[in-house]
Write a protein that binds this ligand. Sequence first.
Ligand code: GDP
Ligand code: MG
Length: 672
Amino acid sequence: MKKLIVGLAGNPNVGKTTVFNKLTGMRQHVGNWPGKTVEKAEGHFKHGNYEYNVIDLPGNYALSAHSMEEIISRDFIVDDDSDVIINVVDAANLERNLYLTVQMMELGANLVIALNMNDFAKKKEHIIDIKLMSKLLGIPIVEISAKTGDGFEKLLNTVEKQAKKPIDSSEKISYSNDIKGHLAELQEIIKKDETLMNVPSIWTAVKLLERDTIIIDKVQKSEYGSKILIEVDKVSKHLHDVYQEGSEEVIANARYAFIDGLVAESVKKPAVEKETTTDKIDKIVTNRILAPFIFIIIMWAMFQLTFTIGAPFQDMIDVAFGSISEFVAGFIANEYLASFICDGIIGGVGGVLTFLPIIILMFLFLSILEDCGYLARAAFTLDKLMHKIVGLHGKAFIPMILGFGCGVPAIMATRTMENEGDRMLAMMLVPFMSCTARLPIYAIFIAAFFPDNQGTMLLAIYLLGIVVALIVAAILKRTMFKGLSTPFVMELPTYKVPSLKGILLHTWEKVKGFLRKAGTIILACSIVLWALSIFPLGVEYGSADSLLGMTGNVIAPIFAPLGFGTWQAAVAIIAGLAAKEVVVATFGTLAGMAEDDEAGITSLVHDTFTPLSAVSFMAFTLLYTPCFAAIGAIKQETNSYRWALTMCCITLVTGYIVAFLIYNVGLLAGFG
Ligand code: GDP
Ligand code: MG
């Protein structure tokens, strides 16, 4: 006979005691928890080869430190060597019940869900896809009736199976990206501390943000205690700034978003139920047929607004840099020093900074969409749409959508995917999402060649990125990454009017990254490009005879089949490996700011491209090898150069093929 210790957990009035009585019959003992005034019911029975010891845990809604009952339940899960926790769940009140389930998952409990009260669920006409829900949670679910004893045999068999192969249920939890990021920061420090490691680090992190006094006490005494608590304060303050709510509420909302996503996916409810505002909006926004159109319209509006509002500011900055340039040129006698400042620095860095208004606006709109809850919806619906067609994991869409901002955090966001293959695939696709750094490139070319359809052209480019990513995904899924992917809950946060402070903070965080790049890598590249343009001394600045021109001429033939076999384009593409803004900085240094004022870049582009080769060039820069930072992020995340190299190859080959097709089909169609 093997011994099995099993805890019964659940909300009050879900049928725990009924289950307990059915299982143990008369063989039970009711006393108190050691040293506590809370009743403890314990019972024994035999089933198959097992001798069960069942403990009816106090019923509660949470696992915080607010009441003795809650503390007893969580201590039981953490400290007592129970083999399995049976979580009795009221099928007719899933959302409320799963809130406790999620907290037990944070604890990494080895769970089996006993779905009870199914008669009530049927009365409410809720149809639960138990198989799917179980897959999404990674937890076995058995339908039972505590009253009649239906399903008990299956429940016990499942418990025995689960006892042999325990799971860490904390791995299936996913909270929204912002929160996940902050939790990950905390978890990293917590994981260093051996004394804290008898529970999953996510639990400790969450509890600290919830200001759980018991856990704070424990952490305080631990090795890295003070360091952890300082970080907790920082994160709490940040969350408060962004969400205008205490971190405890933020965490609660994250749990509900997870549950809402799970329920939306796996439960069908009749339409007559009273609907929240979120339900009403979701009926349209996540409607299978309307959703993709809504997504496209919102993106289009975003691009159109970005250009319309951004353009005047952009002109202002342009003019300002122009006059600074003129002033400097007149002021500094030394010809080379003047060229260094005007062509090199103002032309390169200034050329990129001109796009600051557009970039700020783009980040601003993205932050609004993210904070109001729409981006999560977009991922949710894209998931439904694409899962079957492409075989792409739903979780992959969040990193991909984040990739519109910047590839580096997007690549890091793939951490939430537990299946290695899915995660690698997602990482390979992120670079196809057009990041904000590429925006200045399109801005120049669209303004130069398609001034009447700016928003539409930009939308087309972004969609091209998505479509290419999906095609590549479909191909890779059938070649490199075969095998089934594990389903995952896509969280659905409730819609809310985002706080101004939160949006501004999120926008600023991203803009800061752009400014830092301007001051470091873009500046450095501009200086190198300037030097290559002016040497050997005596040649015409930025001409084909300069070092830059000579280098470019060697590479240029490679790009001739794509329609832009000029040395300027070749140099810009190579330089763009450092950062995509440097493509623009290259044109900026080449055009120089001093002599030609704001028309510099535009006229250079007009001289070196046709509308067709411009489109081909935009497609190539959209798809080809991303910047060093993104390559580095993949190396870091996979801990292997092989994957980083694979990604470089995939993107380069894809970019080349697509640009080749665009240019040559365009020629055939007479757009040459
Ligand atoms: P506990 O608070 O979780 O221990 O819940 P109890 O076991 O005390 O059950 C609460 C009430 O729900 C009791 O009146 C049970 O008879 C009833 N109950 C338990 N399971 C079911 C079920 O599957 N269907 C229905 N309709 N009632 C049930
Ligand atoms: Mg009870």
